[in-house]
Design a protein around this ligand. Structure first.
Ligand SMILES: Nc1ncnc2c1ncn2[C@@H]1O[C@H](COP(=O)(O)OP(=O)(O)O)[C@@H](O)[C@H]1O
Ligand SMILES: [Mg+2]
Length: 182
């Protein structure tokens, strides 16, 4: 078996909160059905902040805010199409996709616990899965995904690197740059 190709790395240096939010909104505008986006980084790095900005970029209404949950591991944000999606067959979405925000921080690490939560329905579902503390997934982490690493670089600065694991993000970002003439 040949090893999968090394994922391409794309680096950003948002030097304040607004710049990180702008990057999150930009990524949110480029999501596709079935995307899995893994957010790595220490507490306070900006994973939940990035998820909130992605939700905005995806066009989710602000009246269902993405929060850092004190309780609950999986938060579903269906926007205005909940009834349309629930149990509906896989088909082209009209407009906006649902966001499944998974914060696995409080998880013990047992894969059985994740399977009991129905994790696979989210990971391989019709929405967009954004996952904080994704290493808790262990063997369940999908091979096709975007890995995002957020690191501190000064009081408000961050370094953000994207690793595209065969999910087409490199091409999406390139297409976006071309369409914007940069
Ligand atoms: N450049 C930046 N990017 C992201 N967050 C920042 C930045 N500068 C300051 N912050 C602050 O850092 C905190 C990040 O918190 P949060 O997104 O909950 O982190 P995490 O989910 O990674 O634990 C927020 O209070 C945010 O306002
Ligand atoms: Mg968080």
């Amino acid at each position: 078996m040949t090893a999968p190709p090394e994922p391409q790395v794309i680096d950003f240096s948002p030097n304040d909160l607004a710049a990180l939010q702008a990057l999150g909104r930009r990524l949110g505008k480029l999501v596709a059905r079935g995307d899995v986006i893994c957010l790595n980084g220490p507490l306070g790095a900006g994973k939940t902040t990035m998820t909130q900005a992605m939700a905005q970029g995806m066009g989710l209404p602000a009246d269902q805010p993405v929060t850092s949950p004190t309780y609950g591991i999986i938060h579903e944000h269906w926007g205005k199409h909940q009834e349309e999606y629930r149990g509906a067959p896989r088909r082209e979405h009209q407009g906006q996709l649902p966001l499944f925000h998974l914060d696995l921080y409080r998880l013990g690490g047992a894969e059985e616990e994740l399977l009991e939560l129905g994790i696979e329905d989210y990971l391989y579902g019709d929405g967009v899965c954004v996952i904080e503390w994704p290493d808790r997934l262990g063997q369940l982490k999908p091979a096709v995904r975007l890995e995002v690493e957020i690191e501190f670089s000064g009081p408000t600065g961050r370094r953000v690197s994207l690793r595209d694991h065969a999910a087409g993000w490199t091409a999406r970002l390139a297409r976006e740059s071309i369409s914007q003439g940069v």
